[in-house]
Write a protein that binds this ligand. Sequence first.
Ligand code: AMP
Ligand code: FE
Ligand code: FE
Ligand code: ZN
Length: 290
Amino acid sequence: MPSTAPSARVSGPCDLHLHSDHSDGTEPPAAVVAAAHRHGLRTMALTDHDTTAGWAEAAEATVSLGMTFLPGMELSARHEWRSVHVLAYLFDPDDAALRALTDRIRSSRLTRAQEMASRIGRDYAVSWDDILAQTAVGATVGRPHIADALVAGGIVADRGEAFAGILHPSGDYYVDLYAPDPVTAVAAVAEAGGVPIIAHPAGRAGLLPVGLLRRMIDAGLGGFELGHRENRPEQVAVLREIVERHDLIVTGSSDYHGAGKPNLPGEFTTDVAMVERIIAAAHGSAPVFP
Ligand code: AMP
Ligand code: FE
Ligand code: FE
Ligand code: ZN
């Protein structure tokens, strides 16, 4: 007998991590969806940093192209000096506590970007207006927008060069943004009915301490994004053991940012069965089927 459960309608390939110009992607949500469709994806999530503002446009575009849409977000967190990104799926976008958290992060990002602009402006011909010109109205502002202003001003060739130099955390121009600790971030997503997954958990900064991972699991962590171009295989192997021990969810995704990064839709994908697990575990919002 065919199942009528909504999750049974998920079809692959599935890419659960893409950015639009509501954060640091370079395209509006409908263009991100079009790019995903061109690359053969059947299911996608929009995961802009600290905002859900792109959901409605992305949902409409996916459905019109016969694709399935998962509402998502990449929530900023920090452990000591390092930034930790928590992907959040199918949470309630109106949850008051999570909204308060993202409002606080986005407002801190604004002050921080202005402070970085004023520091950079002492040495380079870049103004706050130049940065605003690279930022869509209402978008979550970040270093990528400052990078784009530096590119537009002919100061660097691309975002990569800006991140390696002027925007590097070890440099004089860098300013920290407010971000919650990873356990608080995970708990906030879980309490909003969503499924939290650590983004690119095995990157250059190394693995988070096992004790912290355990506390995140206790707080409701759903799993790890093990398929991501920045992950290192040796570290992925360590996380796979934790996945098996705790029966966690594993995802793979592109982290597409339009022209802002070389990452292409579908370069890593998530198994349909894992998408179904995310849908079954979440109760904050629903996927949108064509
Ligand atoms: P922020 O959160 O404002 O500190 O900026 C971090 C964001 O910059 C991340 O979400 C990445 O997508 C982006 N980013 C980091 N490194 C690079 C790079 N080398 N090239 C392009 N984008 C980058
Ligand atoms: Fe980003
Ligand atoms: Fe990230
Ligand atoms: Zn991302």
